[in-house]
Design a protein around this ligand. Structure first.
Ligand SMILES: [Zn+2]
Length: 77
């Protein structure tokens, strides 16, 4: 999720500033601020909470989630 390059000059010297959390429609959006150490431009990366969680789900987790959905609720193993 951390940008590797400055979108303005392409330099890799980025400083991550204090992120801001904003609640929109019961969702927490995290706004990451970066400052390019080369050209001094500031830019933001906005990460919605849902997207963040999705990125943290591994393929194995996804399989088990789908399996659980296929089974009737409360079905004994
Ligand atoms: Zn730059």
């Amino acid at each position: 999720m951390i940008p590797k390059y400055c979108p303005y000059c392409g330099d890799e010297k980025l400083e991550e500033l204090e992120p801001t959390e904003v609640a929109i429609d019961n969702m927490i959006w995290t706004i990451y601020h970066y400052e390019c150490q080369f050209c001094g431009e500031l830019f933001d990366r906005i990460i919605p909470e849902g997207e963040l969680e999705w990125d943290n789900v591994s393929p194995d987790d996804l399989d088990s989630l789908i399996d659980d959905d296929d089974k009737p609720k409360g079905y004994p193993h």
